[in-house]
Write a protein of this length. Sequence first.
Lengths: 361, 310
Amino acid sequence: MIRLEKRKEPSKFWRIANPFLAVALTMLAGAAMFAMLGKDPVVAIRLIFFDPIFSETFGSYSRPQLLTKSAPLILIAVGLAIGFKANIWNIGAEGQYIMGALFGAGVALAFFPAPGWYIFPLMVLAGAFGGFLWAMIPAILKTRFNTNEILVSLLLVYVAERILAAMALGLMRNPDIAGFPGSRDLRRYEAAHNAELFANTGIHWGVVAALIAVIFAYVMMTRHMLGFHVKLAGQAPRAARFAGVAPARLVIVCLGISGALAGLAGMFEVSGPGGQVRIEFAAGYGFTAIIVAFLGRLNPIGIVLAGLLLGLTYIGGELGQMMLQLPGAAIQVFQGMLLFFLLALDFQTNYRMRLTRGVRT
Amino acid sequence: MILGSINPAVLMAALMVAATPILLAAIGELVVEKSGVLNLGVEGMMIMGACVGFIVAVNSGSPFIGFIGAALGGMALSLLFALLTQALMTNQVASGLALTLFGLGLTALLGQKYVGITPPRTPKLDLGVLSDIPFLGRAVFSHDIVVYLTIALVGAVWWFLKYSRAGMILRAVGENHDAAHGLGYHVKRVRVLAIMFGGACAGLGGAYLSLIRVPQWTEGMTVGAGWIALALVVFASWRPWRAMAGAYLFGGVVVLQLNLQAAGVRIPVEYLSMSPYLITIAVLVVISSGKARGSLNAPGSLNRPFHASS
């Protein structure tokens, strides 16, 4: 019979290989799903994973979209990964993303219609602060009252969604258009618009911020004491305490960083591609980023690749909706399957299968 | 006075209905956590139950068969979790999250053609004379059978955990899986069974939402009920009757908030509707801090993977 044996050291090979294998398996399972939905599986998979980049007809439209969609995912996932490494589970990034967008948009709407170079930088600060503040709620409750950060951060997503709705219908509603929910279009307010930096590349300030965050996180995790503490606290909490790591401070730092980055992502989205504060503004980036963080092996470089891939599925999903009338939810199923396959495959990283004869002792 | 327009008997009746779905999910998760497993996929299993139960009920015309389908649907999803965490030794937190994300996506896909349909009605249980008692008749004895079965289930789980031999084995596995393994109990078998029970309960809770409480199917209709159920287990310090008290307390908040909305209080609906989440957080804070540290009652092996190394 087959027996699992724990490896002395996690296998490096499988750690790197598994994400690729998981993507391949997801494509196969996805193809089966599309076939069941009565669509041509080959066409559907090609439409989602290849056409957005390589197709001559849609490529020119969807290629720039890739960076626009991937940037928020990468920005959020980089922050989450730091916490996950330390066993601090911020799963409410969606809420922090919303609050960042609201704080950023709030600054812009307060200054409207004044011009000024300082408005956009202020919005950036406000966005990061909004996300940070929202993440501080679970952080402080965790450190002061020992409250579970998973539940609190997640429950706060629903609170943030309702604040978003209240803002879109109330305080931030565009006073010039009566009867419609939603704020002014920030894309039409030059001082606050997060415009494309280079035409037709999809590169806006959010992409730049994501790049900076990745480099920052990489340096921190490999070269800085804080990165060492994070890893130590995750792998050996007792040893970490002896090494002088203050668990409470680590909770504040990890949740603070991930909250601020999620807030930034929301702010760049609302002032650029999203354009305005609307009830349907949140598109689930905060949850998809959790998958990105795992698929990227909690490693900043890996997260860039994973973020690009999941960004691709967003665009491919939209193409599929247009061209094949694929249901929009299919992409969500896809993303869920991807995480399942990755987790399932990971047992090879930590365990070795052994064939044993006879009865197990 | 706005509150004056609210009939306490009606409020009590609505409270029991509002509490039932989260109580079902919470009592299932309580058993799962007692066995030492943290399944964060309650939300996913609940929405699965809501969706499958709805589809089965509409196609069969029987809410009863719908509930069976819901339990099986929730259980099927929980088996996926069991496979991952028990056989493949994956991280329980990540696997639970995956279950929720996957469940939300899959049900959005499955339920697409069922939006806007009305499910077959679940009849109220005829309790004869009891329903005619003033106040109590309206408040307590005028519900569908699921409300009473849920209370019975809480009692059964309480008895099972406290007095039955199997329940003691389950608790032993949850408190210290190495010792339980040493005594010759099958740690994984016990845990898989507990996970399946939790999945079935969450599925039933979801179906109660889509078949009785709302009753309709909409994408993502559980809106965090599964997470509130998880919080409820912590609130209850892993004790069945306290879970029920918590669920009814929570149901009271939901109903009061809905009544205030209907009564036209001058607070925007959005702010009123966030109150259940805020109160859940507040209760979590109270319970996990101070001298009455509820978390001290947590099962010893909770969220720790077990691998027999011998």
